[in-house]
Design a protein around this ligand. Structure first.
Ligand SMILES: Cc1cc2nc3c(=O)[nH]c(=O)nc-3n(C[C@H](O)[C@H](O)[C@H](O)COP(=O)(O)OP(=O)(O)OC[C@H]3O[C@@H](n4cnc5c(N)ncnc54)[C@H](O)[C@@H]3O)c2cc1C
Length: 389
């Protein structure tokens, strides 16, 4: 049996950032991650502007840029009929930007920061099997070392479930995880030889799929394709470039000399809602606390903002207690509500070519409104503490 102030399950962006902020607030943390080292994940790899100041605050922005992360300044939508609307994030001239950062770079930097933090003990290669619920309060977790099968219990004042979509904490009373009716799957890969990339993320609305292109170099991009979840992911991966070329003549032309430079990775189903995000002795973080569809790529920013809010709340209450967790969730909810304006709108539009055509025409006709919407989605309209600093 080990004892700690806080045990965090999952060393993804949510778990690692939460560990760093709690450690900064003076809390001793044990971070449990099932994997050893950093593994690539299917992801669009675009951190929305609201998350960038948090990376800066953690001291990770400059190292990320030094390792090849690339700023982006806005979003361009393109309909199946070829109508294009593009807007920059409000404040982009003052330096407001999103960040295209390969997950191995982001996750690697977070891991290095965790390893450098004395108040954090990182247990890699350990999988949490159970959450210990006693007398209505979570007392900690049971873990199993994957290499040896050794089982231990970690007792903690606060247990944080940052273990993604299939969180062990979802079996706690009242959490009641729900998946959206529309089953969608995300695939992503890095594509080199991509022509016509600029400094904006492109969203191509095509029949039964959306394509997100996040430029990572002059002619290289992270391409994420979101499809309805029917058919084998492997078959879709094999057809990755073909599906881009079939989406529009424009993409076919721009991808004529393109090639996938890594592996096509798949993740799904996408989207998750939970009814309860914290209780006595526990709280959820990151995708485990509910995930919007990745359609507007805000999962990482949301996880970072929530981690910072939890650290600040713990500093104020002086302990990682339920009050601090609930305060942080209110910040997360507020941010998520703002971000979901664009997500819900885009999801709705993506379902109908006629609507998406009309909407993109409107965005084109009223660029100021589009820019405002983008400002909200970027997090600038959310709360004062999300303002880029
Ligand atoms: C196709 C696609 C594209 C996306 N594009 C974007 C984008 O462009 N921008 C953006 O911001 N977001 C995007 N997202 C969402 C983003 O990937 C997630 O929001 C983000 O990874 C959430 O971080 P997390 O730490 O909550 O979860 P994860 O990154 O899933 O990390 C969870 C960690 O928990 C560990 N774990 C799980 N179970 C256990 C256990 N029992 N014991 C111990 N450890 C465990 C896992 O190994 C993992 O490391 C995209 C998602 C998809 C699928």
């Amino acid at each position: 049996v080990r004892e700690t102030s806080c045990v965090i399950v999952g060393g993804g962006p949510a778990g690692a950032a939460t560990a760093l902020y709690l450690a900064r607030a003076g809390v001793g943390v044990t971070l449990v991650e099932a994997q050893v080292g950093v593994k690539p994940k299917a992801c669009g790899e675009g951190v929305m502007p609201a998350g960038v100041p948090v990376l800066h605050d953690l001291g990770l922005l400059a190292p990320a840029l030094a390792r090849g992360a690339r700023p982006f300044h806005g979003i361009r939508y393109r309909t199946p009929a070829g109508t294009v609307a593009e807007a920059r994030f409000p404040g982009w001239r003052r330096g407001v930007h999103g960040l295209a950062v390969p997950r191995p770079v982001l996750d690697g930097l977070l891991r290095e920061a965790v390893l450098a933090e004395r108040a954090i003990t990182l247990l890699e290669g350990w999988r949490v099997s159970d959450v210990l619920l006693l007398g209505g309060r979570v007392r900690g977790v049971r873990v199993r070392e994957r290499a040896t099968g050794r089982i231990e219990e970690i007792l903690a004042d606060l247990s944080v479930g940052a273990d993604g979509h299939g969180s062990r904490f979802h079996s706690l009373p009242g959490v009641a995880p729900r998946r959206p009716a529309r089953k969608r799957l995300g695939l992503s890969a890095h594509v080199a030889g991509f022509a016509g990339l600029t400094d904006v993320v492109e969203v191509h609305l095509a029949p039964s799929r959306e394509i997100y292109i996040t430029p990572t170099a002059d002619s290289e991009a992270n391409v994420a394709v979101i499809v309805e979840e029917a058919g084998e992911p492997a078959a879709r991966a094999a057809d990755f470039l073909g599906s881009l070329a079939r989406a529009s003549d424009e993409l076919a032309e721009r991808c004529a000399r393109a090639r996938v430079v890594d592996t096509v990775r798949a993740r799904g189903p996408l989207g998750l809602a939970v009814a309860r995000t914290s209780g006595p002795g526990w709280t959820l973080a990151g995708d485990a606390a509910g995930a919007l569809d990745p359609i507007t790529g805000e999962g990482i920013a949301l996880a970072l903002i929530h981690a910072r809010a939890l650290g600040e709340a713990v500093r104020r209450t002086g302990a990682p207690d339920l009050a601090a967790c609930e305060t942080a969730h209110r910040v997360r909810q507020r941010t998520m509500r703002e971000l979901s304006v664009l997500t819900s709108a885009t999801l709705f539009l993506a379902g109908s070519p006629r609507l998406s055509e009309a909407a993109v025409r409107l965005m084109r006709a009223f660029p100021g409104v589009f820019a405002r919407l983008l400002g909200v989605a970027a997090g600038r309209g959310a709360t004062k503490e999300n303002e880029p600093r």
